[in-house]
Design a protein around this ligand. Sequence first.
Ligand code: ACO
Length: 335
Amino acid sequence: MYNSRIIGLGKYVPDHVVTNHDLSKIMDTNDAWIQERTGIKERRWIEKGSEDTSAVMGAKAARIAIERAGLTKDDIDFIVFATLSPDYYFPGCGVQIQDMLEMPTIGALDVRNQCSGFIYAISVADQFIKTGMYKNVLVIGAEYHSGGLDKTTRGRSVSVIFGDGAGAAVLTRTEDNAKGVLSSHLHSEGKHAEELVVDGPNIKRWVPEILEANDPDDISYYPYMNGQFVFKHAVSRFSEAIIEGLQANNLQKEAIDMLIPHQANLRISQFVQKKFGLREDQVFNNIQKYGNTTAASVIIALTEAWEEGKIKDGDLVVLAAFGSGFTWGSVVIKW
Ligand code: ACO
């Protein structure tokens, strides 16, 4: 029986920093509200005219992860790409990575699980490696939010939260079952799909129909979020997913060395930290700098924690996320 282990991590965020103060110039908001409710101080937004897209940023992060893994693009057997903001409605970004990195014609799969996207993607990679089908799998999470946000006062409760960026991990086969991805746990509850959604255009109501209606109040192409409803579900689902991961491995909460929560809201991370009795340095947060980068958030945070030397050999690392769908889950890793 094989196991999978992360051997390379990379991240890329656009250079363009947008502070809360910058936002207060284009909509009715302020630094105090945003920091108090979310913890966010600034985020990165792709500048107009930049070459960056979800796929382009994903490719930049992937090159770093592959190099740090000590591999070349020709060693990768499969690509898993998680995003809610793909370059095209179809095909997905995975195939663009195959092309951009000039890889052989390996398989490429896109994961559509929003903020839980990276958790789902890593689980998929892990299963392919555990069965012996693939040896090295490239997993990417990338998001280009800023192009699709309502950057007016009307959209302020959503648009101040999201940021752009990408992260990537290379998972490889190991025969040491005591190390690597110990387990992953995935969940969904589709009855809440419309609580956090981009509703249009979709296949039921396609672009010509929307244009024909010419309704100025139709803003269904912008993300909608029932913030407080989502918040309440997030805090309980995060906790459940972490407990499930610990129980599956016969571990107590004291065994956690580093928790990497999806960066949805600093208040959610702090709630979880308190609930599990973790110290501040045992929960990694960087939402202050990047906002919520959805499918990229867990992998950007994991990469940054590792780059800062906060994850060491033998550490128990728990990844957890909750988001639109609703979907949520956790991954338990022995580093
Ligand atoms: N600046 C100033 N005021 C604002 C802003 C803003 N940017 N946005 C909203 N307000 C106002 C509202 O108009 C409202 O005013 P009112 O009381 O006069 O009506 C007031 O602030 C409170 O608004 P709420 O939306 O109720 O604020 P809340 O405290 O719920 O915070 C937030 C909003 C930060 C979005 C919070 O609900 C949250 O974090 N929810 C969970 C997010 C999450 O976990 N998402 C999952 C992942 S995302 C994904 O999967 C894509």
